[in-house]
Design a protein around this ligand. Structure first.
Ligand code: CA
Length: 524
């Protein structure tokens, strides 16, 4: 723990600066040979027009711009239509990074999704996972069995094969380490790699993983139906009413009233009961109370959703956070600001019902009931998309490391479901000590789905993973930061605690500057 504390201190406060400076100075690597590798322009010249893995490569040098460094942009297509992109830095650190997708994929994630890796000198690969379209459109799964398999699990090992060969052709040697990093569906893809391809990566970062596809899609459907029920709709004022009531009751339970309920476990129904907001008589009488139909939405949100079939067909309910009203939380994911059909949870479950379950583009997801009626379809979707297998000993035995991360204000996917997977994995690999040898789980309070929200949403998990995988440092408590979106300056820090701990304020009272420092919190 001491060694890791030193490590996190060295990272804290300087993540962006270190990454940017090290690129120009020595390629972000302590490998003395890093500077001997070809530059991005030279790599482009080597690769342009070359055919690798059946894909004819285009390779274009991209000039540095803003936070994006100079890199060689390599594109190709694996038949029939799996489009990939590999970005090669100006000063390679000898390692390969893979950035996962989001939603139902359908496009190559932008370079910004891999910027931390690129700035540290990693070659970094991504793909559209084998079909082209909107991230909330699963119609490929209705008509294209192979595209559905690529989306489910096959695209990453397929692209990795070509990526490794491409990097080796560019630099003349195999990557010394390969790491995977992704959030949301990208987090699911990470766990899929861990479970089905345990030797593919030396380390995996799975953030806010959408690993229980059957379970959370069913929960999305249940909550969408509750919101669509007469009187169930949540206006911005209703969402703000609920969030403020939670904050008023629970914000200070972590030692500081900072707008974030970091100690969610203490925010029990005995401390805050949503029924305390009930409109007299149960009908909607205005913005100062919740109707019975709206309270039913809250119940759908906070309780586990359990479906017929496999024990893995379930989703742990969400915690109330006090930041439901953040623009990146309930408004975009759940309520659609009063129009449920605009909400992302509605859109995801709707395309899932149409293309995987009812297998009818005209099906109405809000009247499709019961949601678990088609067991064959549920099992088929689970076989394609679920990454619920907790026995990840093959991955652990390969020597690889896994970092799980989840935002505490994630209104898309429940952090409690990730905790459920973590606990299942701990049990399946033989207990806490065995798990600690290769797995970490961090929860970032006040952080929305993948990023954003009032909490400290930036942490250099890649450096923590690399230090672990290369035997330099075992990750303990890390440091998370909130950065100014324009300048990149650090606005405040928090310790990034290992589950089930949360950051408890121990600094001087009523001291705004002290409250910004991670050193004034302890993981409790
Ligand atoms: Ca607080």
């Amino acid at each position: 723990m001491e060694a890791s504390g030193t490590f996190s201190a060295s990272v804290s406060g300087t993540v962006v600066t270190v990454a940017l400076l090290s690129l120009s100075a020595c390629g972000g690597s302590d490998d003395p040979q890093a500077s001997q590798f070809p530059t991005a322009a030279q790599a482009c010249a080597t690769l342009s027009g070359k055919t690798i893995g059946g894909a004819t490569l285009s390779a274009v040098a991209v000039a540095a711009s803003g936070a994006v460094p100079t890199y060689c942009k390599v594109n190709g297509t694996l038949a029939p239509k799996l489009n990939f992109e590999i970005r090669l830095p100006d000063a390679w650190n000898g390692k390969l990074h893979y950035a996962g997708g989001g939603g139902y994929n359908g496009s190559i994630p932008p370079v910004e999704s891999a910027l931390n890796a690129l700035n540290q000198g990693y070659a970094t690969a991504s793909s559209d996972s084998g079909h082209q379209g909107s991230g909330v459109d699963a119609s490929f799964a209705l008509t294209d069995t192979f595209a559905a398999q690529l989306f489910g699990s096959l695209s990453i090992p397929t692209v990795m094969s070509t990526a490794i060969e491409t990097v080796t052709a560019a630099y003349g040697q195999l990557p010394s380490k390969s790491y995977y990093e992704g959030c949301s569906n990208g987090g699911r893809e990470g766990l899929m790699n861990v479970q089905r391809y345990p030797n593919l990566f030396d380390g995996v970062i799975a953030r806010a993983p959408a690993y229980n596809w059957v379970g959370f899609m069913g929960a999305f459907n249940r909550t969408a139906k509750a919101l669509a029920a007469p009187g169930g709709s949540f206006s911005p004022a209703k969402t703000a009413l609920l969030a403020k009531a939670v904050r008023d009751a629970c914000d200070g339970l972590d030692g500081i009233v900072d707008g974030v309920v970091s100690n969610q476990a203490a925010c029990t129904p005995a401390v805050f009961d949503p029924a305390s907001l009930r409109c007299t008589g149960g009908a909607d009488t205005g913005d100062t109370c919740l109707s019975d139909a709206q309270l039913a939405v809250v119940t759908s949100w906070t309780t586990d959703a359990v479906f017929t079939g496999s024990p893995t067909f379930r989703n742990a309910g969400w915690s109330l956070t006090g930041n439901e009203d953040d623009p990146g939380a309930w408004p975009v994911w759940e309520t659609g600001n009063g129009t449920v059909t605009n909400a992302l949870q509605f859109l995801f479950q709707d395309t899932t019902v149409k293309n995987y379950l009812a297998r009818d583009p005209n099906a109405n997801s809000l009247t499709y009931a019961p949601w678990d009626q088609n067991q064959n379809a549920l099992y088929a979707m689970a076989a394609l998309n679920d990454a619920t297998n907790a026995n990840i000993l093959p991955f652990a035995n390969s020597g690889a490391k896994l970092i799980l991360w989840h935002g505490g204000n994630d209104a898309a996917l429940s952090k409690n479901s990730t905790a459920e997977y973590y606990n299942n994995a701990v049990a399946a690999v033989g207990g806490q000590a065995a798990a600690d040898a290769f797995m970490r789980f961090y929860i970032a309070p006040g952080v929305n789905h993948c990023a954003g929200g009032p909490g400290a949403d930036t942490a250099d998990l890649l450096t923590a993973l690399d230090s672990w995988a290369t035997g330099k440092a075992t990750p303990g408590t890390l440091t998370a930061q909130k950065l100014d979106p324009v300048s990149g300056a650090v606005q405040f820090e928090r310790p990034l605690c290992q589950y089930p701990k949360y950051p408890r304020y121990t600094g001087p009272a009523n001291d705004a500057n002290a409250a910004k420092l991670a050193s004034n919190y302890t993981c409790s």
